[in-house]
Design a protein around this ligand. Sequence first.
Ligand SMILES: Cc1ncc(COP(=O)(O)O)c(C=O)c1O
Length: 412
Amino acid sequence: MARHTTRRAFLGAVGTAGGASVACSSGLSTGASEPALSHEAIPLDRPIPVEEVPTPALLIDVATMELNLAKMAAHAEERSIGLRPHTKTHKCPLLAKRQLAMGAVGVCCAKVGEAEVMVQAGIEEVLITSPVVTDDKIGRVVTLSKKSPEVALVVDNQPAAKRLNEAAAAQGVTQRVLVDLDVGTRRTGIAVGEPALELAQAIDGLPNLDLQGLQAYAGHLMHVHGHAERQERSLAALATAVETKRLIEDDGIELSVLTGGGTGTWDIDSAVDGMTDLQVGSYLFMDEQYRQIGSRNGEVFDDFETSLFVVVTAISQPAPEMITTDGGYKAFASDADRPRLADLAGVVYGWGGDEHGMLRIADALRPPQLGDRLWCVTPHCDPTVNLYDVYYPVRDGRVEELWPISARGKSQ
Ligand SMILES: Cc1ncc(COP(=O)(O)O)c(C=O)c1O
């Protein structure tokens, strides 16, 4: 009953295609007239007790998530640094708006498609943290900036900067840009020092680009085990960015932004003089991969508590020491180890293919029974979120509405 209500409400909000639910894009990329996606919470006709949520489902323990949001906001205020939370984690405009309401200076998106969703939802301060080089993507960014002049894009090479300038000029837009620095990740970004200065000078000479500052994201350091080593390496990496900022400013180019950092280095990068804001993403949910990196206080990174869970059901028992669940590769991203059963000591999750998990229960203190719902901590939260259309936010043991993950799949 509740399940039907839920599905009807959701389909009503996002439209259908061929009988399947489709979270529609903004239409900016294709120009096609697609039904508009609601970014708002979808109320249910009646609350669902958490025990009745259809599985596998992506649940948020709202009270815990709110503690995480508040802790990060308080930390930023205490250190007088901004937050520019990365929405690649939650892909949910509703949550982005909450982060902004709590003081964030803007939000980050990894891809143009994600940024289109955020802008469509009414969020204006959006930084796209991956460079684009092709004319179609450049055109989409400029179209977006026409709607919201606060949309910014990182750039790491001169030809792309020139084409971006031409596209901006053609549309009568001043496009905000940040120079993307490679501070050691070797993924995107121009080398620090002279190469970055030359790029900044080139951008400064392009009339339709407005150089706001620098991005220095040390992605290779976020999961370094042990706080002391993470600290040493992150401070060293960011020192090169601060030095590059000085070099560019000494050349007479004003830079108001130096953005970077992530959950793994949240309390390290916030102490770097010159850093203006942190691009933290995972902190509101947390995942197993992050828990294992260790914190200032010990082996477990518990600065933030897990608030995101995939709930699965025990559906079969092929052998006394095994239980099969209804959640496999399609329920969890499997790039980082396996899910962990929350509150079920001794139960070990094993992959059972696309649709199933196979739990080893021989050492379980309290073996799960058929029909039990089992709460799992995700191995890696971002790509797991990308597998779902909606969150089930849980308060006081019940779900009263659904939160659309509007930017899921917007990887283009
Ligand atoms: C450019 C950039 N900034 C920030 C983040 C946020 O990182 P985290 O989820 O570790 O906080 C990411 C994550 O991959 C990223 O790619």
